[in-house]
Ligand binder design. Sequence first.
Ligand code: SAH
Length: 266
Amino acid sequence: MSTDSTGFEAAASRLRIVLVGTQHPGNIGAAARAMKTMGLLRLVLVAPEKTPDDRDAMAMAAGADDLIAAAPVFATLAEAVADCRLVLGCTARNRRVQLEQLSPREAAAQAVAVAGSDEVALVFGRERTGLDNDELQLCHAAVHIPSDPAFSSLNLAAAVQVLSYELRTTALAAARSPGTPPVTATPAREGAASHAELEGFFGQLADTLDAIDFHKGRAPESAMRKLRRLYLRAGLDSAEVRLLRGVLADAQRMAMLAGRAEPGPD
Ligand code: SAH
């Protein structure tokens, strides 16, 4: 086996394509085919509307049905990406969510760099409604294929094809010149925090902000979105997440003591 293909396969083995709430099984088949043509073999499904062992899915897979047979099925996106260090959400619309927005090429560069050592997910939404806001909040950045704004939505499998092609091109280039990572924006780091560790931290942060009455009647979503973005940009490792959670635990304890010390109504 050549160096190229070994390097490529190492990166591809840590890249997963996650399809959320797919409505048409035929699209799952076509997405599997799109992936397999680009050497990406890890398909993950989140709550598909119909079982993927469907005739349409198999027909559209045209020989890529092994990817569907091997695809784990999760109930939620959070579970499907719990062990990932980088999660990129593909959206047909440039929208409200305050997430960094990447082109497919930039996304591929970050994904391949992180896949050198850690798990990476590219997430695709439902045919009718895409990814909902809560799902996008689980992503570290949004990826938008620069389609015509007047007709911006690609077929799901076509979007998977574009991203899979970019991933392949980038990973092959990286494999050809090992030691020159495609980007340094998100360098691989020893002990990088997993998605689940970060979500645990964000949950505790939200509880703490409530406990210290940070929001003062305002809706918490906007501040939480900005804080998520800030902490995600920092590329925290597991030890740093533990340290921050220790700080939060003390703040929560102090808030509880202060609550108890407040003079009662009588
Ligand atoms: N009507 C939906 C479009 C869903 S298309 C909406 O407006 O959100 C199904 C999925 O394909 C999307 O959730 C997204 O993951 C992917 N997709 C389609 N067009 C895309 C584009 N231009 N850029 C990035 N992803 C796209």
